[in-house]
Design a protein around this ligand. Structure first.
Ligand SMILES: [Zn+2]
Length: 243
């Protein structure tokens, strides 16, 4: 069977940080500047970013919960965890892919790029005198031991509310694909994340985001063959909540 790529659809826009966001944190911060949980940074610019894998994983896991596709399984260390759907037949598998190690392995149609700070946010945060670490704030939270009542302060590094990241995704559409249904799932995933959170500590108020999509564009075979720029994508409505 031959597979023909019909077009690449570009979903571009931005991610507004509504409440401080902490994505990617390890716990190496004590040595490098004073936080127990730090954000991921680009080593060349030192700017924080949202890894595409974090956004994509969150979209997928929320969609799987919504459609009852979460299956219990074990992680590498044998601990119980929720496993992604691997049926290979549902729209979630078609959009997000199935590991090649599975019987029905398939490549992800959706590519989610790492989200860097917008130029404007980068400049503002770089100039700000109120950031605790470059581009970020450090929030101290007190963790109370329920038995001893001992209060332990912990420091969390966050990208502050008001910052904006660039949203940049590509969805591959193959011959026979129902483009409106595939893109519909992508929109649903983004709306679910908006009503949930990105990064850590969401139940404690972190990570609320708002996505804004620009009009969608696409490139087909003709665009690549004749060195043409992306065309407007006709016939797909962006949901109001993503405008
Ligand atoms: Zn599936």
């Amino acid at each position: 069977m031959t597979v023909r790529l019909v077009k690449k659809v570009f979903l571009e826009g931005n991610i507004e940080v509504k409440t401080g966001i902490s994505v990617g944190g390890g716990s190496v911060g004590l040595e490098i500047g004073g936080a127990d949980k730090v954000v991921v940074r680009n080593p060349l610019t030192n700017e924080p970013y949202v890894p595409g894998s974090s956004l994509k994983g969150k979209m997928r896991s929320l969609l799987e919960k919504l459609y009852g596709k979460v299956t219990p399984g074990k992680d590498d260390k044998g601990n119980p965890t929720a496993m992604p759907c691997k049926c290979g037949d549902c729209l979630i598998c078609e959009v997000f892919g199935v590991s090649a190690a599975e019987d029905k392995g398939m490549a992800s149609r959706l590519i989610v790029r790492d989200c860097k700070l917008t130029d404007d946010s980068s400049k503002k945060l770089e100039k700000s005198k109120s950031t605790d670490m470059p581009f970020t704030e450090v929030k101290t939270e007190v963790v109370i031991d329920r038995i001893t009542s001992a209060a332990t302060p912990r420091n969390f590094e966050r990208v502050p509310a008001g910052a904006e990241f660039v949203l940049n995704m590509v969805c591959n559409i193959y011959e026979g694909d129902k483009e409106d249904e595939l893109l519909g799932k992508v929109f649903e995933g983004l709306r679910l994340v908006q009503d949930d959170y990105l990064g850590g500590c969401g139940s404690r108020g972190y990570g609320q985001v708002k996505f804004t999509l620009k009009p969608l564009t696409c490139k087909n075979q003709e665009c690549y063959e004749n060195d043409k720029p992306a065309l407007p994508l006709e016939g797909i409505q962006i949901p109001k909540e993503l405008l």
